[in-house]
Design a protein around this ligand. Sequence first.
Ligand code: GLU
Length: 551
Amino acid sequence: MSHDDDAQKIAELLFPHVESGDYFLKLSPPRDLVAGACVTRYAPSPTGFLHIGGVYAALISERIAHQSGGVFVLRIEDTDKQREIVGGVQLIASGLGEFGIVPDEGMQSDMSQIGAYGPYMQSERLPIYRAFLKQLIAAGNAYPCFCTPEELDAARETQELQKTKTGYYGRFAKHRDITAVEVAERIARGETYVVRLKSRGRDGQKFAFSDLIKGGLTLSENDQDAVLLKSDGYPTYHWAHCVDDKLMQTTQVIRGDEWLSSVPLHIELFARMGWDAPRYAHIAPIVKIDETGSKRKLSKRKDPEANVELYLREGYPISAVIEYLLNLANSNFEDWRRENPKKSYRDFVVRLEKASASGALFDFTKLADMSKEKIAMMTAAEVFSAALVWADEHDVALAEWMRANAEYARAIFNIERGGEKHRKDIAKWSDIRESIAYFMTEEIVFTPSEKIDPQTTAEILEVAAAAISSTDTADSWLGKLRGIAVSHGFAPDTKTFKASPEQFKGTLGDVAMVLRCALTGRTNTPDLFQIIQVLGIERARARFAKARATI
Ligand code: GLU
C-alpha cells in the first residue's frame, strides 16, 4: 500500500464521521471590507483576572482594526480546561467593556456571541479543528502518536545523555511513520493518542521573518512534531489559532511576545494547510522595576497593579488609563494629545512599528500625571458625575454625601476649574475624599506658624474675619489681604520683601498662610479666595474665630 493510501486510512480511522474542511471554509465567506482594512482579535484564555497587559494588547488590536475600518474580534481560548477559572470569560468580556473596548464580533459582556464567523469560544469549535486535522492527516502531514509519558521521558533522557536537542522530532519521533494497521490495532486496544504535526522543517535551517513590531528577524525552521490535538480531544493553542485565524480571516495576529518562539511552527502549519499565514505583531510585555532595581514582567501573582480591578477600584478615569496605555504603545501619543487636547483618543493613529520591541515600563507616577491632566480638563459637572459613579460602587458614604450636598460639591469641584489655572490635585476618584475633606467637616486643626508671633497671628485672624464680605471679588479680596499684611508689618509682595527682609515680619504669602491653615488645616490648597467663596462668609468667619481661640 502506498504511503498516501495509508495516510488516508489513518485519517478515516481517527475521524470517521466529520464534515470536510471545505464545508467549514464555505461557512466563512470572504469578508466584505474596504481595501487595507485589518481584522484583528484578542484571544485570551479565561484563566484568571483581566491583566493590565491584556487590556493593553486588546486596546492595540482594537485600534488597529477600527482605525483601518476593519473588524475586531474577541475570541475565547478555553481549550485548557484545567487552567480555566469559573467566571473567567465574564471577567474578560465585561472588564474590556469597562475600558470601552468593544468587539464587533465574538464574546459580548452579557455573555452572548455575535458575528457570522463563530462560534467564538474554542471549546465550541471542536468539530472544526477535527475536520481540518483529518485533512492534514490524510495529506500525510500529521499522524497519531501513541507514546506514553514514560516513553517520552525515556526519549528525553536519551537525548540529554547524547547531548542532543530535546523534543519529539526526526529519529526520535517514534510514530512518525506509523501504519494504518498499527493505528487500527492500537485504537482497538483502547490506547489513547495525540495527533502530531509531521514536520518537514530542517534542523539548522534559517528563514527570514518580518514581525510588525520586532521588525526583520532570522528564525530557525521548526522541526518538532508538535502536538496539535491533545488526548482529551481538545486542540493545542498552535492548531486552534491556525484554524481560527484562517476561518475568521485575521489579517494581523497581535499577541504577547512569549509566542515569538512558536512562530516557526505556526508558519509551518499554515504552509502545510496551503493557507497564507496572517502577519504577526509580537507585543513586548509591560514591565516594572522591582524592589531590587531590576526590570521584570508585571506578575499576575506578585503585582496587584497587574489586575485591572485595581484601576477601577482606585478610580482612575478610564480615559486616563487608556491614554496611558496608548502612550506606552506609541510614545508620540503625548505630543499628539498636547496638540489635540479636545480630540477623542480614537483619532490618534496607532503604529505597530513604533511600539516598543523590548518592554514597556509601567510607571504609576506617569499614569497619575496623565490622569491629573485629564481630570483638570473636565468641567465641575463632569467631575461630579464621574466621581459619583465611582463612589456609588466604592465609597457609598461619599456618594451619599455628594447627593445630599450636590450643589455645594459641584461648587467645590469648580474651584480652579475652567479658568486659566487648572487644579491638578486629583489623579483618581479615591483622592477626592482627601482633597475635599476640609469642606466636609468643621473639625479643622489649626497649627500656627512659628514664623509669626501669636499676637500677630491672632490679630490677622480677627481682622480677616471682619474684612471678608460676600461682595468680594478676587481683586478686592487681594487688596484687603495686602492691606492686612502691610498694617501688620508684612511686605505686600515677595519682591519688596527681598529688597530689605530685615524691615518685615514676612510677606503677604505668610499672612495668607495663616488664613489658609485656619480655614483648611493645610498649608497647600487651591486658591484661598475661591475656598472662602465656596465655604461661605459665615463658615469662614467661624473657622477664623475657632483658630483664634486656640492661640
Ligand atoms: N490564548 C493565547 C494567550 O492568552 C492567545 C495568544 C494569541 O493572541 O494568539 O496567550
